[in-house]
Design a protein around this ligand. Structure first.
Ligand SMILES: [Fe+2]
Ligand SMILES: [Fe+2]
Length: 203
């Protein structure tokens, strides 16, 4: 079977709930990352693939761990955090693409060196990894919290949170560029439901 980034989700997912939750999260992160990457002039196919597949390493895990509403144990946390490495391996070995694999590996690194898996700091982290980091957090705060039985934050609340954590978790300049795009485009709170989801998946 021809390997396309899009069909990896259903090939790897352990159940339909995981497939459904993470496929839509991934498409939203791809859309937001595309917007930010175009603005800072680093958009290309590797950027698109890495944003789409940033969490592909989670797809082989069980929904009991991935969607657990309560706090994860240390062991469960270790398993979940391995998704940066697993995603890197999948993109490199299954798709044969080393450059986007590196961006996948970087998407949980923090600007201040407290992230994982390699505790990279600042510009040691690929620009694409820093872009996904911000868009991933924004999506989790505004769209995905209900999966974990929490209320979603409004865009304004999420923007406040991004600003609070800039130069700690996030590249502060990229945070400001991202916020200015959200505001300039007047992104509706339920933007993904308003768009034709299938059209987005074809992007
Ligand atoms: Fe992730
Ligand atoms: Fe994610």
């Amino acid at each position: 079977m021809e390997q396309s980034p899009e069909n990896l989700f259903s090939q790897i997912a352990q159940d339909n709930l995981v497939l459904n939750v993470f496929k839509h999260h991934s498409f939203r992160v791809m859309y937001l990352s595309t917007m930010l990457a175009k603005e800072v002039e680093c958009y290309d196919e590797d950027m698109r693939i890495s944003a789409l597949l940033h969490d592909i390493g989670k797809m082989g895990l069980s929904s009991e761990i991935l969607l657990k509403p309560s706090r994860l144990t240390d062991l469960e946390m270790t398993i979940v955090e391995s998704h940066s490495h697993i995603g890197n391996t999948i993109v490199r070995k299954v798709l044969g693409k080393t450059r986007p694999a590196k961006f996948v590996r970087d998407h949980h690194e923090n600007w201040d060196g407290t992230g994982y898996p390699r505790r990279l700091e600042g510009e040691e982290i690929s620009l694409q990894g820093r872009i996904i980091r911000i868009c991933d957090s924004f999506d989790t705060m505004t769209y995905d919290r209900r999966v974990y039985h929490k209320n979603n934050l409004s865009h304004q609340e999420a923007i406040h949170e991004l600003r609070r954590c800039k130069w700690k978790q996030y590249d502060g300049d990229l945070v400001e560029t991202f916020i200015s795009l959200i505001e300039k485009n007047n992104l509706p709170e339920d933007w993904y439901d308003q768009y034709n989801k299938e059209a987005l998946e074809e992007m």
